[in-house]
Design a protein around this ligand. Structure first.
Ligand code: NDP
Ligand code: GUE
Ligand code: MG
Length: 287
């Protein structure tokens, strides 16, 4: 076995997906005389959110999808935000709606996400879309989990029968990813870990596929990884040393067979899958 893992190049794979999508967008525009459009809602001035929203809009532009940015001040009220969402729901020019999280303190994210029309819910955060996913009848796949599945698929990693360990159980990443990995077709055997898990290293060392979605810089170290495992790092943590994942890349890459870098791993895939969902929303709404 080699002592250096193969790097899974999320940036390159995301570009490949965007290039494929750009062709479909052209065809959609020719057939419908309508340009797919994503509306992003950004409340307050969280610097990380600014970066993500800027990246999302740039990616839209590259594939021929229109984007709108609705900026609201940090002191926006729940009713003002609900009004904007209602307006976007009704707007026939808008196919996808994304309310950037986290929302400033005082706003109730659950109520806002519930107000987004499920047909325009390109994040797949609405309870209807979450329920459809769990029932195996998804309309949209959640972007980050779908991005992870595409990374595995396009790297030629077969998940069937493999033990996938997901560290993290958030609604955005851990939970839906466990769902996708264990779904018929993907067929992994999934263990979900969290902050109350006993003997985490003992469990992560059993993983054929280890996914870190924790939000703690370099938390997963090489000694927690089974030799030859595939390691997917979802974490994005800003530290004094720059942007790092939830995996200590240096030690992990000596043990793993494949590993995603941060940046340039899962992050660009999340954005690519958002664009895929926006075209899908436009196709369903315009047909
Ligand atoms: N690349 C991308 O596109 C995206 C990246 N991210 C990044 O992924 C990371 C996770 O995000 P998100 O899921 O939203 O985070 P959350 O904070 O919502 O969830 C973190 C999860 O990690 C678990 N956890 C925390 N500490 C430990 C520990 N010591 N041992 C085991 N489990 C632990 C928590 O457990 P418990 O439930 O018990 O609290 C929780 O389930 C972040 O770095 C975020 O920035 C997020 C979205 C997209
Ligand atoms: N409604 C909503 N939908 C989301 O999908 C959503 C959200 N809210 N809130 C925050 C998280 C986080 N997230 C990322 C998207 C892109 C990168 C990304 O592009 N990362 C680059 C680096 C970017 C940088 O330099 O900061 C990379 O990893 O290479 C990271 C994280 C989406 N999220
Ligand atoms: Mg990344």
């Amino acid at each position: 076995m080699s002592d250096t893992a193969q790097i899974i190049d999320g940036k390159a794979i995301a570009k490949q997906i965007r290039d494929e999508l750009a062709v479909d967008v052209v065809e959609f525009i020719q057939n419908n005389s309508v340009v797919p459009c994503l509306a992003a809602v950004l409340v307050g001035d969280d610097p990380a959110s600014e970066v993500y929203v800027r990246n999302k809009r740039r990616a839209c532009e590259h594939v021929g999808i229109d984007s709108q940015l609705h900026r609201l001040p940090a002191d926006t009220t729940q009713d003002e935000l609900l009004d904007l969402v209602a307006k976007l729901n009704k707007d026939n020019e808008v196919h996808g709606i994304l309310v950037q999280l986290p929302l400033p303190a005082g706003l109730d994210a659950d109520q806002i996400l519930l107000a987004v029309s499920p047909a325009k819910d390109v994040d797949a955060f609405h309870p209807t879309n979450v329920g459809r996913l769990v029932q195996g009848k998804p309309r949209f796949l959640p972007c980050t989990p779908h991005g992870v599945m595409q990374l595995l698929k396009r790297t030629g990693i077969d998940t069937a029968g493999q033990h996938a360990v997901v560290v993290g159980r958030s609604d955005i990443v851990g939970k839906p990813l466990a769902q996708l990995l264990s779904a018929r077709g993907a067929d992994a055997t999934v263990t979900v870990c969290h902050s109350r898990t006993n003997d985490l290293p003992g469990i992560t060392r059993q993983a054929d596929i280890l996914i870190a979605a924790i939000g703690k810089p370099e938390f997963i170290t090489g000694d927690m990884i089974k030799p030859g495992a595939v390691v997917i790092d979802v974490g994005v943590n800003r530290t004094d040393a720059g942007l790092v994942g939830d995996v200590e890349f240096e030690s992990a890459s000596k043990v793993a067979s494949h590993i995603t870098p941060v940046p340039g791993g899962v992050g660009p895939m999340t954005i690519a899958m958002l664009l895929v969902n926006t075209l899908r929303a436009a196709q369903a709404l315009e047909q």
